[in-house]
Design a protein around this ligand. Structure first.
Ligand code: NAD
Length: 252
């Protein structure tokens, strides 16, 4: 329970990877602030299981909603920027509003939460900022222009923050998963089928798992464990890293 007394905000934690990270941090004693969309009753059940976690349903594409969420949350010791979305389409057909929304959520939201969280972390002399990036922060895939651009951007933001805060007891790192079986991956299968003219099984085996030498999906819990490690004292010199957890995808 080495995180007792620490407050962790995990964005996009009503589902998938964020929820697994929230569970792992809570298991080590952290007080959890959840964020994300979801059915109020289902989220209430999650809150109860996470030690009466608080919940913000702020839409993180909206800067004023982020500011209100941060003001209400109070001092954040561990900030996990994880909320994200995907859209799969050739650039010529890519809806401009989708581009703007993906850049706002997958990249700009992390700038806003960080700028608002940093003063408390500096005053406390301790902090952890963990950004869920992606293998797509290191390499590209066709038809994912906004996502790849945002994820490459968050890799750069991670390094910049790491350097700026290096002497304040605050580390800033990115975790870059390959394919993790969550609703985000499941929901992109139909569009990928259309964009590439493939069947569902072909998308899973020939597009998704084709990238991962281990031929298996990463589990959300694996990412929770890594986030916990990055909060440990032993990780105090892990700073500005972009930690792949992708079965070897980006080693090729
Ligand atoms: P998910 O769809 O299961 O969860 C996304 C979460 O973000 C949900 O809680 C959702 O409510 C929240 N969210 C969506 N739009 C939001 C908004 N406008 N404001 C606030 N919250 C919003 O997705 P996931 O697979 O768990 O993805 C989490 C992160 O991991 C994303 O940044 C994603 O890019 C990244 N990632 C996922 C994979 C993968 O294979 N699943 C791989 C690499 C990186």
């Amino acid at each position: 329970m080495f995180l007792k007394g620490k407050r962790a905000l995990v964005t996009g934690s009503t589902s998938g990877i964020g929820l697994a990270v929230a569970r792992a941090l809570h298991a080590e004693g952290a007080e959890i602030v959840l964020n994300g969309f979801g059915d109020a009753e289902e989220v209430a059940a999650l809150q109860a299981k996470l030690g009466d976690a608080t919940w913000s349903d702020a839409d993180l594409t909206d800067v004023s909603a982020i500011e209100a969420m941060m003001a209400k949350a109070g001092g954040i010791d561990i900030l996990v920027n994880n909320a994200g979305m995907q859209h799969v389409s050739p650039v010529a057909d890519f809806p401009p509003a989708k581009w703007d929304a993906i850049i706002a959520l997958n990249l700009s939201a992390a700038f806003h939460t960080a700028r608002l969280a940093i003063p408390h972390m500096k005053a406390a002399g301790w902090g952890r900022i963990i950004n869920t990036a992606s293998a797509h922060s290191l390499v590209a895939s066709p038809f994912k222009s906004a996502y790849v651009a945002a994820k490459h951007g968050i890799a750069g933001l991670t390094k910049t923050l790491a350097l700026e805060l290096a002497q304040d007891g605050i580390t800033v790192n990115a975790i870059s998963p390959g394919y993790v079986w969550t609703p985000l991956v499941e929901n992109q299968i139909p569009d990928t089928m259309a964009a590439r003219n493939l069947s569902r099984d072909e998308v899973i085996n020939d597009v998704l798992l084709a990238k991962q030498p281990t031929k298996s999906f990463v589990q959300p819990e694996d990412i929770g464990e890594l986030a916990v490690f990055l909060c440990r004292d032993a990780a105090r010199n892990v700073n500005g890293a972009n930690w792949s957890i992708d079965g070897g995808w980006t080693a090729e």
